[in-house]
Design a protein around this ligand. Structure first.
Ligand SMILES: [Mg+2]
Length: 355
């Protein structure tokens, strides 16, 4: 497939004369509300609505790929027609809601930031990582076998956290000392979706308690529409970790079925965040805006019989190698650790009535 310049004619955008041909793409810079963006599009996607579509997905100097703007436009229209009552957002956490680079260094993941407060056990967990991570990324291991290994890794890690005497205080101080930051625009996105009563499911193979603490410390407020579907800890009165709730959620089973697996989690979430939707009512929301940073994140909507799904991918690293596969897999791809502001614009469109 070849690529060419978008011919966009809507008012807020004016084209500059900067064109930069690349081997398989033609890119263009365009000006959008005082910001310059670069948009990539396949050659078979041009129509008169492209300007409108681009207005909905570009912002803040982001470099964006839209493989099929016509299909994206159809999805946007269909979701708008049904309104926010039928919409849910499913988001990965690390590298999706959070920045990949923080102050020039690789940002921490929600799991990687944890310092247990017991150096011996930090080392033990690191040794597990060194053993299992190569297995996780080994393409020769069949998926069933790998899923068992991942479960084994997660359960051993959870066991070490209990045995090593993890406290909630250690989680708080780990988050305070971590290099983790939300993408610019995440707060606005959450506020917009909260106002529109659209639930946000954050799916993570990490630890729900850490993610909640990151939300508290970095966004300085809680959201009643945010659910964390992840591994949840049980602490005693003194803040010592006792056990984990529900079935273990690891990298290979982090999908919509996780809602059922983590059923007990939701009881607790209702207390913590005052949630209005339970798992079954979330399943009635058949339009999805999915945010992820790995192609595997598309599986987060497995088990949900959705009508329309707009998938947004953040391509943070190995851009040249992964560009084609991301463009084919996601409806919209933001490159180079972009902000969330384009997604805010898109979500605003989706939550506005299209009638
Ligand atoms: Mg991620």
């Amino acid at each position: 497939m070849s690529y060419r310049l978008l011919h966009v004619t809507f008012l807020p955008i004016c084209w500059t004369d900067i064109f930069k041909p690349l081997p398989r793409f033609i890119s263009s810079h365009l000006k959008f509300r005082s910001n310059t963006c670069r948009v990539w599009c396949s050659s078979d996607c041009e129509n008169r609505n492209q300007g409108e579509i681009m207005e909905q997905v570009v912002a803040d100097g982001a470099e964006v790929m839209v493989g099929n703007p016509e299909l994206l436009q159809r999805k946007i229209s269909s979701i708008r027609l049904e309104g926010p009552a039928k919409l849910q957002v499913i988001a990965d956490f690390d590298g999706t809601l959070t920045k990949y680079w923080v102050d020039g260094h690789r940002g921490h993941s929600s799991h990687g930031l944890l310092q247990q407060g017991n150096p011996e056990y930090d080392v033990k967990r690191q040794k597990l990582y060194e053993y299992y991570h190569p297995l996780e990324i080994d393409p020769t291991i069949p998926i069933d076998e790998k899923a068992k290994l991942m479960e084994e890794w997660w359960e051993k890690t959870h066991g070490l956290l209990i045995e090593g005497g993890l406290t909630y205080g250690a989680i708080k101080s780990s988050v305070a000392n971590s290099r983790i930051a939300f993408r610019d625009g995440v707060l606005e996105l959450f506020e917009l979706l909260e106002k529109s009563n659209v639930p946000i499911l954050i799916f993570s193979a990490g630890l729900a308690d850490i993610i909640e603490e990151v939300l508290r410390q970095k966004l300085h407020r809680s959201f009643k529409n945010v659910k964390i579907v992840s591994n949840r800890m049980v602490f005693d009165q003194n803040g010592h970790l006792l056990s984990f709730k529900g079935k273990t959620i690891h990298v290979l089973n982090k999908n919509e079925h996780a809602i059922d697996m983590a059923a007990p989690v939701h009881d607790q979430l209702c207390d913590v965040n005052g949630l209005v939707d339970d798992a079954s009512s979330v399943k009635m929301r058949t339009n999805v805006l999915l945010l992820g940073d790995h192609i595997g994140d598309l599986g987060m909507s497995d088990g949900l019989n959705y009508k329309a799904r707009i998938s947004v991918g953040f391509l943070n690293d190995n851009i040249e190698i992964s560009r084609d596969s991301y463009r084919k897999s996601f409806d919209v791809v933001y490159m180079n650790d972009a902000s969330m502001r384009g997604v805010v614009t898109l979500a605003f469109q989706l939550c506005s009535t299209g009638k």
